[in-house]
Design a protein around this ligand. Structure first.
Ligand code: AMP
Ligand code: GLY
Length: 416
């Protein structure tokens, strides 16, 4: 089977890495890929949102299956376009991708199907939002409706901050058209966690749990990032909690898809707050999480291409999905300054000295003059497995000592 993976970050590197050793996979292409991915797949110079070019490439090269990593092409409708041409593609269609592409769409879905979530209101009128902002008390959560690269959520501690955020989104268009409509939400207190699931029209199957670390510094201090590292399994995700989530959230979500005639096939990422009134949904994403995927696919034993093909055929219920007993840690090395301003082009050294069982997933790297350099906020994810999370973490941190680039930053408490 020839496979095209769309995307070029750590998540796509992990997907390619997993596919690489699967029996039915002959060749992997990745668009656009990155220097890490180029060691295991043919990287092609097409961006994730250049859907016509991707379509053309798939037709010309007789690709058997396309796997979409990031949300942007999904929200643009890549799946509908490929399916219209009779091509096999993994991911939800444009209508279903609204669950991530529009906060108001996903809130309406949750309310309609009695899926526990924070109380909310949506606004398209700045003055109305400004006048009503006190209703939820403080802190209050303000979200741009559309895609904003994970940056469109503000937790305002008081009225002044809230009004400032509303103005920035709705008047100054900080997130472009994504902020023309906004969602204002009650602030939920609790422990944050998430779960990745495989979904087709009949079945929703949770994967093993993974704990993400969103704040830039140790002990959950500092700004929110895309994720500074993960470990799997997550200690938060107990058997009791997982049963509660399956009953109150996952099965209701699947029922909701059926009732609304939403033909959801792909990955559903459910972001959760575990409150004293039980788990509530913070958000849905319609793709693998990054860096959750790096930990979860590291543990997946079953062939990913088989699971994905089964989902496309609505046959997920007949697939046995198995995971390694070993536990996994992935720590992100980031550019100093991220998630705000940071520099690129710093030479990365030491990767050749890592232990053989360490896997490096590239997120933001580039080759310049034959040297590997930084090319993003999140640069590389250092990943290892062991009998326990603690042992995996010590392997990872021992090896990080061998790596360096100017202004390298990482959290030292992941899995510790
Ligand atoms: P989202 O993209 O909707 O998941 O929001 C990004 C982050 O903001 C989440 O990971 C939470 O840490 C936080 N967040 C979002 N909604 C709420 C809420 N209603 N209450 C508390 N924190 C929230
Ligand atoms: N790590 C969070 C996300 O992928 O959205």
């Amino acid at each position: 089977m020839k496979i095209l993976v769309v995307g070029g970050g750590g998540r796509e590197h992990a997907i390619c890495w997993k596919l690489k050793n699967e029996k039915d996979v002959e060749q992997i292409y990745c668009a656009p890929g990155n220097p890490g991915i180029s060691k295991i797949a043919n990287c092609i110079d097409i961006k994730e949102d250049e859907i016509d070019k991707l379509l053309n490439f798939v037709k010309m090269n007789k690709i058997d299956m396309t796997i979409v990593g990031p949300e942007v092409p999904l929200v643009m409708g890549i799946v509908d376009i490929f399916e219209k041409s009779g091509l096999k593609i993994f991911g939800p269609n444009k209508q279903c991708a609204q669950l991530e592409g529009s906060k108001s769409f996903s809130k309406e879905f949750m309310i309609r199907h009695n899926i526990p979530t924070a109380k909310y209101k949506e606004y398209i009128d700045l003055n109305k939002a400004m006048n009503e902002i006190d209703e939820f008390g403080y802190p209050v959560v303000i979200k741009a409706d559309g895609l904003a690269s994970g940056k469109g959520v503000v937790i305002a501690e008081n009225k002044e901050q809230a009004q400032e955020a509303l103005k920035e989104m709705m008047e100054d268009k900080k997130f472009g058209d994504a902020g023309l409509k906004i969602v204002v939400e009650e602030f939920l207190k609790g422990t944050e966690t998430s779960i990745l699931t495989f979904v087709d029209n009949h079945t929703i199957t949770p994967m093993v749990s993974a704990k993400d670390h969103k704040k830039v510094n140790n002990y959950e201090i500092g700004l929110n990032t895309g994720g500074m590292g993960t470990f799997s399994p997550s200690e938060v995700y107990t058997k009791k909690l997982s049963e509660e989530i399956e009953e109150k959230i996952l099965s209701k979500t699947l029922e909701g898809f059926k009732k609304d005639n939403l033909d959801f096939k792909g990955i559903l990422f459910v972001g959760l707050m575990i409150t004293d009134k039980g788990p509530k949904v913070l958000e849905y994403n319609v793709r693998f999480g990054d860096p959750e995927t790096q930990s979860v696919l590291f543990r997946l034993d079953t062939d990913l291409n088989k699971i994905m093909s089964a989902i496309i055929d609505n046959n997920l219920k007949n697939i046995d999905i198995n995971y390694k007993k070993e536990e996994v840690v992935c720590v992100m090395l980031t550019s100093g300054g991220y998630p705000e301003k940071y520099e690129k082009g710093k030479i990365i050294t030491g990767l050749e000295n890592l232990d053989k069982d360490i896997v490096v997933f590239h997120s933001g790297t580039k080759i310049i003059d034959n040297k590997l350099v930084t090319n993003g906020g999140r640069v590389i994810g250092i990943t290892a497995k062991a009998e326990t999370v603690e042992k995996a973490a010590s392997k990872v941190y021992e090896n990080i000592k061998k790596i360096s680039f100017e202004n390298m930053h990482y959290r030292t408490d992941i899995g510790i």
